[in-house]
Unconditional design. Structure first.
Ligand code: ADP
Ligand code: GN1
Ligand code: MG
Length: 358
């Protein structure tokens, strides 16, 4: 991180970073460096405008989970993130007006899944997300700040796409006419969940809102899901967002930016495994309306994310980090291919869900 004095940052957190005298030797001075390990993260203030509100959400949610885990005799330091306070008792350290850091306890002996998506891993991931939602089932969702307003408001994402097409700041709209046409042709189903939340036919819950598989830590030995991390977008929302978003990447046969679309398919078996784990932990708490929309949720979230990638491409790649030219366009094409494939499998996905929830 350019020009940031990380030693200064670390000194401001309430951790024992000093070295201690160790052992009884007479000759060499032996010291033990801190034995606990911590994760230091810079908060993205371009995206999260109010770091303290963001951290307040995270503290409330992790404390709530912590209390439940303690009551059940579990290990709260593994089952949820632990926020390390600064020396002056704050949840993050302000380095300068644009630069804020937070610290968590490192959760050892865990792995994340990036590309190795086995069916067993999908099943465990489903259990992990289902358990996360079950633990927060009675959390008062309304007390959370909306860290990114309208994050999963799909119709608003379509409006943003239309604005980007009109402004065409990077002069790219002409070259992506087919992708734009695909996106706009599917606008009909975009309001399904926001309308349901508005008319209360779908319950407002605490949602994670970014349930990519690499936001779950798995035990490195048993491969069970240990902890759901990356809690920046924990906000009021729908369980359908978390279910659908996990499968957007989790059930794809390829990486999110794979350019060879012949390799990109929606894997029904991966869907079944994730859904089985999810319903095992959370199925009895789902309402009829949620159960009816579980098979639809991956399409909605994949479509919405594709629209966000396409919009960012038109905006000149200002939101999602890119590591090569056209990466956002590749991501959008990849997602639209998945949407089309999900559409061809809708009946199958419905019958998988009927077999899991009654
Ligand atoms: P990002 O916003 O960059 O996705 P994450 O919070 O997801 O940030 O962290 C990035 C990666 O760091 C995770 O995928 C995980 O591998 C690792 N990680 C983050 N927090 C912890 C933690 N408390 N313990 C162990 N590993 C962690
Ligand atoms: C971003 O930060 P990360 O990589 O976990 C994005 C998600 C997208 C995802 C697409 C705050 O997630 O909404 O689904 O990229 N997070 C934010 O890969 O916008
Ligand atoms: Mg992450």
């Amino acid at each position: 991180m350019d020009n940031i004095n990380l030693s200064e940052v670390i000194r401001n957190f309430d951790i024992d970073y000093s070295v201690k005298a160790y052992g009884n030797g007479h000759i060499n001075g032996t010291f033990l460096a801190q034995s606990n390990v911590f994760v230091l993260q810079r908060i993205n203030t371009d995206i999260f405008k109010n770091p303290y509100a963001l951290m307040e959400n995270i503290e409330k949610v992790t404390q709530f989970i912590r209390n439940k885990v303690v009551k059940r005799g579990g290990d709260p330091n593994r089952a949820t993130l632990t926020v390390i306070k600064t020396l002056d008792g704050k949840s993050c350290y302000r380095y300068d007006a644009q630069t804020y850091f937070r610290m968590y306890r490192f959760i050892p002996d865990t792995v994340t899944i990036e590309t190795e998506k086995t069916n067993e891993a999908l099943f465990q991931a489903g259990r992990g997300i289902g358990r996360f939602q079950a633990m927060l089932d009675d959390f008062p969702a309304a007390c959370l700040h909306e860290t990114i307003p309208d994050f999963h408001n799909t119709p608003k994402r379509i409006e943003a796409l239309k604005k980007a097409i009109k402004a065409d700041v990077a002069d790219r709209a002409e070259s992506v006419k087919d992708e734009i046409a695909f996106a706009l042709s599917r606008a009909g189903f975009a309001d399904t969940v926001v309308n349901g939340l508005r008319d209360k036919s779908i319950p407002l819950r605490v949602a994670h809102n970014d349930t990519k598989l690499n936001n779950i830590l798995f035990d490195k030995n048993t491969l069970e899901a240990v902890c759901v991390i990356d809690l920046d977008t924990v906000m009021p929302g729908s369980a359908l967002y978390d279910f659908g978003d996990a499968l957007r990447m989790g059930a794809s046969t390829a990486a999110e930016d794979e350019t060879d679309l012949d390799k990109v398919w929606f894997d029904e078996e991966a869907f079944r495994c994730f859904a089985r784990g999810y319903c095992m932990e959370f199925g009895d708490k789902l309402t009829e309306s949620e159960k009816n929309l579980l098979s639809f949720a991956p399409k909605l979230m994949t479509y919405e994310c594709g629209i966000r990638f396409l919009t960012d491409y038109l905006d000149g790649d200002t939101y999602f980090k890119i590591h090569r030219e056209n990466q956002n366009l590749d991501r959008a094409r990849n997602h639209f291919k998945l949407v089309a494939d999900i559409e061809s499998k809708e009946e199958k996905l419905k019958s998988i869900i009927s077999g899991l929830v009654s």
